[in-house]
Each structure stands twice: as structure tokens, then as C-alpha cells.
Design a protein around this ligand. Structure first.
Ligand code: XMP
Length: 519
């Protein structure tokens, strides 16, 4: 499944909680390797030296429903420590003979838990036998299974923490992985180190060496191509490969003309001059514009851009001799199988295109060196590989680029106007220390002209829309609250210095019901 098969690990069984990835990241921060699998794959877990413990995640399901999922009993046969969190706590208790019911009172948000009995799981967790935690549940356990003891309780959850110390099974009703639970990390630490007896063997530094060695072994003296986008993931892949195989790496960078202002210059300078990586630079700006001529439908735009990108990438990669491998920046969250518990694909809102979406029929073997890493780990790895902060901290940018930030027809004039407005917005965000507090921000150009007045003259120009959102993963998002003076400053700067814009608006919708991009 990934590069870390021999490493001691904790496996997290995902029941669909929005915090599952957070548990995995917390464990890795503690220097221990962790992996997430879907609950439908439980049976695939087998007894082996590397598997030291299992965590059952929370989830939106209920165990009280007649058709509720049952915990697959095969994990009990493994005879290793298990920690159930929230839904995981309830499904574990139910499987072992406990009783659960729908509570009349729901418990969402802050709650106080009180210590009832000492246990290795709560070592150094309570302060004066009490702690503030974050709950999110409606079902409660009202009878614990045989062999279990009550370790802590809250007003609403009599069995907030339970333990069968002999079997090393633990259940926690609240979420220790979220920051609202005070000392939550201590519980995770106690479980993995004191109960599972795992050692700290995972670090990014070690991981980097392992990845480099594996790439060397796999690639030998063959050539690898890599599609650079200027984004974090492909940049880190390229610099990692560069460390491993140097001259045998060839990067292809296609300038679609739909990138942010000066982006292509920065990418070429960083990779060719600073990192001394072989880079084929293709300026296809004109070609993309021709193909987009008079196209207004968002999906058509996306398809045209995606198709042309692939066509160009194939065309230029075929010119390079003896290429055997194609490197891609697939990350761990891309691989985690089910985001929805039912596993049903969510309805298609937009057809995404990114450089990771190159067709499988290309005759190359895939190398995906980042496939066991989370985004923040990839950023830290990039810093270790001396990539500049401008690349590592850059907000996400969609494959179709500025084309989907110009609703309606895309023209050279509109692209230039937008690049300048966006540049001002980004510069001011950085100057005011907002940039790193925001998940993604950009300017868009709306396809309508309105009347304005500048000096004594009437103007009739485009409207610039500013968007800035906070988010965990782009699936949901909230608009960012700027103070009035900042918005005023941006509006003045854009209108005063960008010819073609005489009005600036700020988008205050969240996702859902809106999406982050306009198209
Ligand atoms: P939406 O607009 O769907 O965007 O709320 C969610 C996140 O995905 C990014 N995005 C894309 N990324 N290729 C990409 O690589 C795409 O085609 C694409 N479309 C949207 C968007 O910028 C946001 O971060």
C-alpha cells in the first residue's frame, strides 16, 4: 500500500469522521507512523510485527439503528490494543456486549469530564481530577461490557472513558484529537507509547532518506519525467527526485497563460537556476487562448484546458528519449479511499483538472513518492529540500487557473487585468500578515461592466471580485473576516492602479452553498 510496510504503526479505522486525518497527523507528530483504512477493509488487517495498535475513529453513523454496521470481529482476534473514539467507542462497546441508546440530551461542544478511576490511558490527563473536552454525540453507552471499568464520566455521558485494562481495550466518548479538548494529545500519547508500546521511529528526516533511497533503487539509470505546475506538491516531488537521481530527472512546465502574475518566471528561475533541474519550458499561452475563444460554459472551459494540457504534455514527453517513469505528486489524503462512509461517489460539481490527472495510458511507470504524506508534511519536506517559502506557502491554485476566475469568455485583455488585480491583493495580504491565516484567496473578474466616476469622468469598466476563505481541506469553507480598513485599502489600490476595473466586491458566501472557485 505504501512505502512504510516494515515500520511499526498504528492503524486508524475510518468510520467517516471529519477528524480521522487529524488523528493520523497527531500520531505522526509524536514520531510514530500511522495509516488510515476504511472500516470495510478491517478484514484485511492481519497479525504482524509492525501493527502495534488500532484506533476506531468517530463517524456520523449510529449504533442504535436496527440496520447499524457491526464491528467486524476479526480485529478482536488480533489481540492488540484498541482505542475507540466517539462512534468508535460505541461500536467497540456494542460488539463486546455493552448497551447503547439514543440519549434525550445531545452533547455537542464543550463538556467537563471527571476522573473516576486511575488508568494508564489518563496518566497526566486530568488537572485536579477534572478536564474540559469536546463532545459530539447523541447516542450514549448505558451499560459497559464485561471486563470494562468506568474511568471518567461527564454529566451526560456516564461512561465518557472506559477501559478493559487486561485486554487493553479503551473507549473515549469525546474527541481527544481536536484542539478544544484540553490535553487531548496526552491521551493519544498514553495509548500509543504506554499501552501499545510503540517506539518513535517516524520522522520526516528519516522519511526523506528512505524515499530518496527507494527512488534510486527503483529508477536505477532510467529517466523520469515530471509535470511541474509551480504548486507545492509537484515542486516537492521534483526536488526530491533531483536529490535522488539528478540529471535523469526532466521536468516539463507548461505555461497555459492562465497562471498568476510572474508565476512562470518564478518557477523557471527556481528550478533551472536555483535547483539546477533540467526543465523544459513550453509557453502555450496563445494556444490555450485560441482554444478558449468564445467559450463561456464552465465545464467546456475545464475540459478544453485539461485536454490541451495532456496533449502538450504527451507531445513533449515523447520527444525525450528513454523515459521510463512519470512522477506525480499524489498525497496521502488523495489515496484515503472513502471520504463518505457509504463509499458512494458524491455528485459531480466540477470536473477537476490538475497535473496529477495525466492519463494512465501513457506508457510510463508511475512514481508517487509523496503518497504516504499529508500536505503539512509535504510542506516541511519541501523546506528541508530548500524550496523557497513563496512556493511552499502558496495558496492552492486550480489546474484551469485564471480561466475559471473569469466567468464568461476568456480574453487576453481580461487575463492581464485580472493578473494585476490579483497581484495587488496577494501583495497586500502578505504585507498585512493575512496571507498565512487564509486557506485560499484570489481575485476574479466578473463579466459585467458598471458605471463609475473617476475625477470628473464617467467610467464603464469591469467588476473585480475578491475571495478569501478559511478551510481545512477545501471541502467546506468560510469567508475570511477582514476589517473594513483593509478592504477599503485593497479596493482603492485596485481601482486606482488597474485599468479596466472600477468596482470591487468581496464574496461573503461559505462553501456550501457556494464553492471556492467561481466555476
Ligand atoms: P471548489 O471551487 O470546488 O474548489 O470549491 C475546492 C478546491 O479545489 C481547487 N480546485 C481545483 N484544483 N484542479 C485543481 O487542481 C481543478 O480543476 C480545480 N478546481 C478547483 C480550488 O482552487 C479549491 O482549492
Amino acid at each position: 500500500m505504501n512505502q512504510n510496510n516494515d515500520l511499526e504503526k498504528i492503524v486508524i479505522i475510518d468510520f467517516g469522521s471529519q477528524f480521522t486525518q487529524l488523528i493520523a497527523r497527531k500520531i505522526r507528530e509524536l514520531g510514530v507512523y500511522s495509516e488510515i483504512i476504511n472500516f470495510k477493509q478491517i478484514k484485511s488487517l492481519t497479525k504482524n510485527k509492525s501493527l502495534k495498535g488500532i484506533i476506531l475513529s468517530g463517524g456520523p453513523l449510529t449504533v442504535t439503528n436496527k440496520n447499524a454496521t457491526n464491528l467486524n470481529g476479526s480485529i478482536l482476534k488480533l489481540k492488540i490494543p484498541i482505542l475507540g473514539i466517539c462512534y468508535g467507542h460505541q461500536i467497540l462497546a456494542k460488539k463486546l456486549g455493552g448497551k447503547i441508546k439514543v440519549s434525550r440530551k445531545r452533547e455537542f461542544g464543550k463538556s467537563l469530564v471527571k476522573s473516576k478511576l486511575k488508568s494508564p490511558i489518563t496518566k497526566k490527563f486530568f488537572i485536579k481530577k477534572i478536564n474540559s473536552v469536546w463532545m459530539s454525540h447523541q447516542d450514549i453507552i448505558y451499560k459497559i461490557p464485561k471486563g470494562f471499568k468506568k474511568i471518567a464520566s461527564s454529566d451526560n455521558s456516564k461512561f465518557a472513558i472506559i477501559a478493559d485494562e487486561k485486554k487493553k481495550y479503551y473507549g473515549i466518548q469525546f474527541h481527544p484529537e481536536v484542539s478544544h479538548t484540553k490535553n487531548g494529545k496526552v491521551l493519544i500519547k498514553n495509548f500509543i507509547f504506554d499501552i501499545c508500546n510503540i517506539k518513535r521511529k517516524w520522522s520526516l528526516k528519516k522519511q526523506r532518506e528512505i524515499l530518496i533511497a527507494k527512488i534510486k533503487k527503483q529508477v536505477k539509470n532510467n529517466k523520469v519525467i515530471c509535470a511541474l505546475s509551480g504548486g507545492v506538491d509537484s515542486s516537492v516531488v521534483a526536488s526530491l527526485l533531483n536529490k535522488a537521481i539528478k540529471k535523469n530527472l526532466i521536468c516539463i512546465f507548461i505555461n497555459t497563460g492562465l497562471l498568476r502574475k510572474n508565476e512562470e518566471k518564478e518557477v523557471v528561475a527556481t528550478f533551472r537556476k536555483k535547483l539546477k533541474i533540467k526543465l523544459i519550458y513550453i509557453n502555450a499561452s496563445k494556444l490555450f487562448l485560441i482554444k478558449l475563444y468564445r467559450v463561456t460554459d464552465p465545464e467546456k472551459k475545464r475540459k478544453i484546458i485539461g485536454k490541451l494540457f495532456i496533449y502538450l504534455f504527451e507531445k513533449y514527453s515523447k520527444k525525450i528519449e528513454k523515459v521510463k517513469f512519470l512522477a506525480q505528486g499524489t498525497l496521502y489524503p488523495d489515496l484515503i479511499e472513502s471520504k463518505t462512509v457509504t463509499g458512494s461517489p458524491s455528485s459531480k460539481i466540477k470536473s477537476h483538472h490538475n497535473v496529477g490527472g495525466l492519463p494512465k495510458k501513457m506508457n510510463f511507470t508511475l512514481i508517487e513518492p509523496l503518497k504516504s504524506l499529508f500536505k503539512d508534511e509535504v510542506r516541511r519536506l519541501g523546506a528541508q529540500l530548500s524550496l523557497p517559502k513563496t512556493i511552499l506557502q502558496r495558496h492552492p491554485f486550480p489546474g484551469p487557473g485564471l480561466a475559471i476566475r473569469i466567468p464568461g469568455e476568456v480574453t487576453k485583455e481580461k487575463i492581464d487585468i485580472l493578473k494585476n488585480a490579483d497581484f495587488i491583493f496577494m501583495k497586500e495580504l502578505k504585507k498585512s500578515n493575512y496571507y498565512n491565516k487564509i486557506w485560499q484567496a484570489y481575485a476574479a473578474l466578473l463579466p459585467m461592466k458598471t458605471v463609475g466616476v473617476m475625477g470628473d469622468n464617467r467610467t464603464y469598466e469591469y467588476t473585480c471580485l475578491l475571495r478569501a476563505v478559511t478551510s481545512e481541506d477545501g471541502m467546506t469553507a468560510d469567508f475570511f473576516s477582514f476589517n473594513k480598513s483593509f478592504l477599503q485599502k485593497i479596493s482603492n489600490k485596485i481601482v486606482n492602479s488597474v485599468r479596466g476595473i472600477n468596482r470591487v466586491v468581496y464574496d461573503i458566501t461559505s462553501k456550501p452553498p457556494s464553492t471556492i472557485e467561481l466555476e
